[in-house]
Design a protein around this ligand. Structure first.
Ligand code: NAD
Ligand code: IPM
Ligand code: MN
Length: 358
């Protein structure tokens, strides 16, 4: 029996609701595949602020470092939106990513055949979409210095953030992207704003230089404004996309809508050695929190990614993904993916159906 220690970070809003479903799924899969999971729950985000005064308590980071993988739901909410930046839930999440050196964020956007009618785009546009966004996660404008709100000589305030990348930061995410593309359709599109930004010029230069080492991968470049447009116009032209932290944040939400709902998109945040963090692309959805309306499938599919990437248990991961398809085949839908002829159910009912399907 393989034994794995998993840190659970339910966080805020719909976080605890969707985490409960993922844990039920993991418990069921552990019996079926003779795996042993030891769950350790820890505080992050608003929940951590309320309990300890900080969004990422040192104990949480320590617990995560000692585990084999971290399953995170979502953080944030209106209640904490007016706190000073260092005390915001989002700062806790960014601290977790940088504290574990998780520089590579893999965000797959795949349209499931069952959800084609849930997409806001036409069937022929989204049918067959299968994109992997490789987002840089510990650099760029999210972490660049200087940053802050300063007072100018004339006494007005000036907000400052800095978009910066070193060559080594670009190269390491570039390598992850080229290797990811090698395992897929061998097409990599690097997205930047090299027509305006020096940091993007360096990004493009390094991606072009790296391409020599991966002759089997076809590298192309797009400016981010055009990439956003192309994603909605003709998404099937994309296979693997590599981009910086901020552009990847925005493009992955756009890519989510190709699949029907942001409630479907999982992600893996990986570093060179530390435990990976598996989290949905969406946030804490405070508008529907506590109402049993959340779609737990992004969370469940994130757990499947954990089994595949951190535990090397592809069969167990595939089994979870098959259960998701089966539940959708049975017609069960949360509101975000509801379409004609299906049955509207809540978050917990999806959990029941998943456990039955497993
Ligand atoms: P959001 O992703 O939380 O919600 C956007 C919209 O999508 C909302 O209408 C919401 O109801 C819906 N939605 C999201 N997930 C869903 C799900 N699983 N099922 C059904 N509907 C779903 O984005 P937001 O409203 O901009 O942000 C809310 C809070 O979440 C903010 O505090 C933000 O900082 C935080 N946030 C956290 C993460 C994270 O923890 N990784 C990611 C994004 C946003
Ligand atoms: C995400 C979120 C986070 C980000 C926020 C909550 C810090 O939007 O994971 O996509 O911007 O990375
Ligand atoms: Mn985001």
């Amino acid at each position: 029996t393989q034994h794995y220690r998993i840190t659970l970070l339910p966080g805020d809003g719909i976080g605890p609701e969707i985490m409960a479903v993922a844990v039920r799924v993991l418990k069921t899969i552990s019996e079926k595949f003779d795996l042993s999971f030891e769950f350790q729950e820890a505080l992050i985000g608003g929940a951590a602020i309320d309990a300890t005064g900080e969004p990422l308590p040192a104990a949480t980071l320590e617990t995560c470092k000692k585990s084999d993988a971290v399953l995170l739901a979502a953080i944030g909410g209106y209640k904490w939106d007016t706190l000073p930046r260092h005390l915001r839930p989002e700062t806790g999440l960014l601290g977790l990513r940088s504290g574990l050196h998780l520089f590579a964020n893999l965000r797959p956007a795949t349209i499931l055949p069952q959800l084609i009618d849930a997409s806001t785009l036409k069937r022929e546009i989204v049918e067959g979409v299968d994109i992997m966004v490789v987002r840089e996660l510990t650099g760029g404008i999210y972490f660049g210095q200087p940053r802050g709100i300063f007072t100018t000589e004339t006494g007005e305030k000036r907000g400052v953030n800095t978009m910066a990348y070193t060559e080594s930061e670009i190269d390491r995410i570039g390598r992850v992207a080229f290797e990811t593309a090698q395992k897929r359709s061998k097409r990599l599109c690097s997205v930047d704003k090299a027509n305006v930004l020096e940091v993007s010029q360096l990004w493009r230069d390094r991606m072009t230089a790296l391409a020599i080492e991966y002759p089997d991968v076809e590298l192309s470049h797009l400016y981010v404004d055009n990439a956003a447009m192309q994603l909605v116009r003709a998404p099937k032209q994309f296979d693997t996309i590599v981009t910086s932290n901020l552009f990847g944040d925005i493009l992955s939400d756009a890519a989510a809508m190709l699949t029907g709902s942001i409630g479907m998109l999982p992600s893996a945040s990986l570093g060179a050695s530390a435990p990976g963090v598996y989290e949905p692309v969406h946030g804490s959805a405070p508008d529907i929190a506590g109402q049993d309306k959340a779609n737990p499938l992004a969370q469940v599919l994130s757990a499947a990614m954990m089994l595949r990437y951190s535990f090397n248990q592809p069969d167990a991961a595939t089994h979870i993904e098959q259960a998701v398809l089966k539940v959708l085949d049975q017609g069960y839908r949360t509101g975000d993916i509801m379409s004609e002829g299906n049955t509207l159910v809540g978050c917990q009912a999806i959990g029941d159906a998943l456990v039955a399907a497993l």
